[in-house]
Design a protein around this ligand. Sequence first.
Ligand code: NAD
Ligand code: DAU
Length: 352
Amino acid sequence: MTKYPNILITGGAGFIGSHVVRRLVKNSNYKVVNLDNLTYAGNLENLSDIEANDNYEFVKGDICNSLFIEQLFKDYDFKSVVHLAAESHVDRSISNPIEFINTNVLGTVNLLNAAKNTWMGDFAERRFYHISTDEVYGSLGEKGFFTETTSYDPQSPYSASKASSDHFVRAYGNTYGLPYIISNCSNNYGPNQFPEKLIPLMIHNIKNEQPLPVYGKGENIRDWLYVEDHARAIELILEKGGDGETYNIGGFNEWKNLDLVRLLCDIMDSKLGNPQGTSRELITFVKDRAGHDHRYAIDASKIQKDLGWEPSLQFREGLEKTVDWYFDNEQWLKDVTTGDYLKYYDDHYKNR
Ligand code: NAD
Ligand code: DAU
């Protein structure tokens, strides 16, 4: 039997991580080890279709536990790491920044240390691939784009923790020669996203005829990318990206929040058989997010030019697929919106 090299994916039970794990399990010659602590955002249901595959293994564990991480690297001799595990929701970082520093900064440094200590003297063919966000670049005005050379200017505790982790990755490359790659992506949407983020939260609320909480005037702009397109970019960068390189990934797809929510209402009215305009009535303007970044927009020409990557879906098509997935997976949505979710929702939205 062929023995495939081990690759570590952290955060593989989360939204983006589960799409990356599935791609690599199905397409690659790796044995995929998915390390996840199963926080509120991690859900093994996301991977039920591939969990029995021979080249897949799940390990429950915390990236903040340095002894455990060191041992894991010794046991598995990973060829590469794709690091996605993180606290990922900006609103939660505003109410609890410490958890973001622990997971996103300390957890990343633990992984870097373990990679350095285990791989030292044998860096050839190894790769520490760190998944980051466009939010590290701060907020744009009406014009311009984030490129790979835009200075870091993080504005929220979440983006500050991600920026810090990016700096540590580059510092380990510079100081110890650790082979690394970083990619910074724009807003993802699609199946399996936890309904605290804008699109699945709105889908859930439209379905349940609940108010649709739009922060401020809904004029903030995000650049949306279908999650499968991000996962495809990650696979490509892992295989073909250059050592020490950074790649920006984005959808060339900017939307004002209010326009996006209105489009979603219209799509869902059609699917639900409602008269057009019904769900738009649910839109409710609520208190703005503290320090709310105005606009993100990625210049993805480097990955386009160097690696031939392009987004594959038009936004409306991607939204239709996403809505269909949530309609077809009612139980998934029900399971994640009971218990702790209700408390989070109540605490976060009750006084807005
Ligand atoms: P997510 O919140 O859906 O998933 C995060 C996963 O990490 C969960 O499965 C969780 O259980 C796991 N995790 C959290 N803390 C852990 C710990 N201490 N030890 C082990 N596992 C832990 O996040 P996502 O939206 O899929 O984002 C994944 C990565 O991509 C993050 O690094 C995020 O910063 C980055 N990113 C996200 C987006 C986006 O739009 N969602 C865009 C760009 C970059
Ligand atoms: O840009 C990449 C980032 O995108 C990732 O790094 C983050 O992990 C991911 O969560 C996302 O961050 P945002 O803050 O942009 O995403 P969110 O879905 O929380 O919000 C999108 C926009 O919608 C933002 O302008 C805030 C607004 N919003 C959000 C929620 C949850 C609302 O108006 N109402 C809401 O209830």
